[in-house]
Design a protein around this ligand. Sequence first.
Ligand SMILES: *Cc1c(COP(=O)(O)O)cnc(C)c1O
Length: 481
Amino acid sequence: MENNYTDMPIEKFRESGRNLVDWIADYIKEIEKYPPLSQVKPGEILSRIPDQPPQTGEDIEKIISSIDRILIDGITHWNHPGFMAYFNSTSSLPGILAELLSAAFNANGMLWKTSPAFTELEKAMMNWFRQMVGLPENYWGIIYDTASISSMHAIASAREQLNLNIREKGMSGRTDLPKLRLYCSEHAHSSIEKGAITLGIGLDGVRKIPVNNNFELIPEKLEEAIKEDLSKNIKPFCVVATVGTTSTTSIDPVRMISEICKKYNLWLHIDAAYAGVTAMIPEFKWITDGWNDADSIVINPHKWMFTPMDLSIYFTRKPEVLKRAFSLVPEYLKTQVDDEVENLMDYGIQLGRRFRSLKLWFIIRYFGVDGLAERIKHHIELAQEFANWVDEEKFFERMAPVPFSTVCFRYNPGNKSEEELNKLNEKLLEDINASGKIFLSHTKLNGKFTLRLTIGSIRHERRHILEAWELIKSLAEKIVL
Ligand SMILES: *Cc1c(COP(=O)(O)O)cnc(C)c1O
């Protein structure tokens, strides 16, 4: 063996690195041979891993060879074109290469000084992406890990903007603080409530506004709620509008919501984690109507822009409020250029940060803005086609409009109660996912069990959607309860 004080020999790395890249290339090339949804039982993978760590080092080739032996059965293959559940994040090959490079630099972008290229590439990519989705120059952007964290920073900024001295004095034990209220639709993502929990707003501080038949927030109900709260001395401070809700991808009426926010001086945050990337497509510019009035916006390239987990983009018109909420610079982090540069640690709770902008740099350059927009547009077209098939099939029923690439539907052979239909569709979903061919997820809409099929993989072709539909129909016919 080599001596015990150094890293792996560089030639060994070169060789095993090539082998691993080959493994990845074969994996992606042959991904359709795996079932998209892992079929293991809880504990199965754990039982294959030794209880104790190896006392002496193992050969890297042995480690790589155990991917197939130990892990692969327990992987749910997000990169599989049969993965049509949730919102399917897929990683493109340029994105995978960028991840490798990020680990090689291992740069921590807490300060400009701790890697000037890190801070400046992130700034450049935020400028590119801002233009790609058509936001004006006064939007400042930063990369966080997830939309949940981006939205938490939005809510923190909204709270900071109130000037209630919460940063210094906190919220508990204070009699001088009003109860704070945030509004979102009943279809908003759970991350909004988690942000409220984290920031001491509490679940009671989140008021869910009813939606119309298309699952879009009703602005009149929003204004009524605000007025009622004001009359009870509750302080409204933030509204979250969702563009592309998680269940049905519905679009809240941002323009009307922004008028209400202006009238009552409330922070407007737009959660466009999934659908925001469609703003790149000329025919979809309309989704950004009213965005220029938003105080903050989140869009996730790791959802529908072929970026390996994780990468969420947060834009705000008021970075100074974000900085006021979070900047805290201990002596050992002061640098001589602090007046000239942006130190990213000042804009959030984390100090250390991964070099995520490399992924955007590789992906945007490799595919080009047009290439990305064309791929996303193709997914929307495929989803419209699938929705038409559902509409034309007698025993199937569409459950929501399809503005983007997600179709909500159910099997409905007639003469069944709602309860029976729920059971039937739950069983159908089970059968679909046990088939090992495709993976779908579900939601409940007005109490109705609904299947969700989402298209957005960089590996999605028309044949996958066609095969999925044939499979769903044939399993529905055979269903026995
Ligand atoms: C997926 C999603 C989120 C959460 O995204 P993470 O990056 O996993 O935190 C939030 N909002 C919407 C609308 C989403 O679709």
